[in-house]
Design a protein around this ligand. Structure first.
Ligand code: NAD
Length: 298
């Protein structure tokens, strides 16, 4: 029997948990967690994502600050903004919404963020700690996927896992997290990418298939093993004249033909997507609590 891994349902549960924790912090005389977001320029999709993050902060009782910067801001001026957030004791965590304009070096920006406030989990200190199984901020999408697996009781130990896509924000961290000696984890992981030969041979033997390549409906039924767990990370806008907005959102998996073969599968939308913002909220709560524990130590 196929079961849906619903990020929509789980994110509601986690949002309630975060809300409760904020209420408890306030009852203990602490301030609510404060997330800041830097948005450079006015790219439509980025505006939507950041707007949603800010709205979700309000919903759980966090403070939030949106810092809008012009598209032609210099790299030096952006780094200065980041330094100010690093040094501002009122800010528990912050994010710089990607993508950035081409004249700005994204690696420099990532490195400039204080890793203790890096709630996107992109700083190499957090990535390195993740690889060594140390406490850290996990990148939002992989963290959300791990929550979906854990809270739906999906068995991962000893399973063959194939990840398609090796981005820094999804594929690579997923391959690391699922191979660690953790629960979920303990998979035997194969990381596939654009240079992989005979992708089909890999995917056909996957007990767990994580798909993050950004090509609409790329994974077809013949590529999937009977009883597999399929995690579809892709979100692509596909033109669709029957929709008011002119497009529909498609995952990287041909859901209708693949789902009947699966033990578990994430839908698009309503699967991995909603978990990404939830993870950001969990990381921000953790940043605030970490800060309280440093303060109580001194
Ligand atoms: P990316 O676009 O940076 O990279 C794509 C990866 O896929 C590359 O590593 C490439 O080697 C691999 N690839 C491309 N073609 C391939 C092929 N034919 N065979 C095997 N591998 C191939 O990846 P990303 O930023 O991780 O994004 C992937 C998708 O996930 C996009 O659709 C993106 O919108 C979506 N995404 C969704 C969320 C979410 O919250 N649900 C978060 C992040 C990204």
């Amino acid at each position: 029997m196929m079961q849906l891994l619903s990020g929509k349902a789980l994110s509601k549960v986690i949002i309630e948990e975060v809300k409760e924790e904020v209420i408890a912090l306030i009852a203990a005389g602490k301030k609510p967690p404060h997330l800041a977001a830097i948005l450079v320029g006015n790219d439509g999709a980025s505006e939507t994502y950041v707007g949603h993050k800010v709205k979700m902060c309000e919903q759980v009782g966090f403070q939030s600050s949106l810092i809008r910067l012009a598209a032609d801001i210099s790299e030096a001026a952006l780094l200065e903004e980041i330094a100010q957030l690093n040094n501002n004791p009122d800010i528990d965590g912050f994010i710089v919404q990607l993508p950035l304009p081409k004249h700005i070096d994204v690696d420099k920006v990532t490195l400039a963020i204080d890793y203790r406030k890096d709630v996107d989990g992109f700083h190499p200190i957090n990535m390195g700690k993740m690889a060594q199984n140390m406490p850290c901020f996990l990148p939002a999408t992989p963290y959300g996927i791990m929550q979906l697996l854990e809270r739906n009781g999906v068995e991962t130990s000893g399973k063959e896992c194939v990840v398609i896509g090796r981005s820094n924000i999804v594929g690579t961290p997923m391959s690391i997290l699922l191979s660690r000696n953790n629960q979920p984890g303990n998979c035997t992981v194969t990381l596939c990418h654009s240079r992989t030969k005979d992708l089909l041979a890999h995917t056909q033997r996957a007990d767990i298939l994580v798909v993050a390549l950004g090509k609409a409906e790329f994974v077809t039924a013949d590529m999937v093993k009977e009883g597999a767990v399929v995690i579809d990370v892709g979100i692509t806008r596909v033109p669709d004249a029957s929709k008011k907005r002119g497009y529909r959102l498609a995952g990287d998996v041909k859901f209708d033909e693949v789902a009947p073969k699966c033990s578990f599968i994430t839908p698009v939308p309503g699967g991995v997507g909603p978990m990404t913002v939830t993870s950001l909220l969990m990381n921000t709560l953790k940043a605030a609590k970490n800060k309280i524990s440093y303060q109580e130590e001194v």
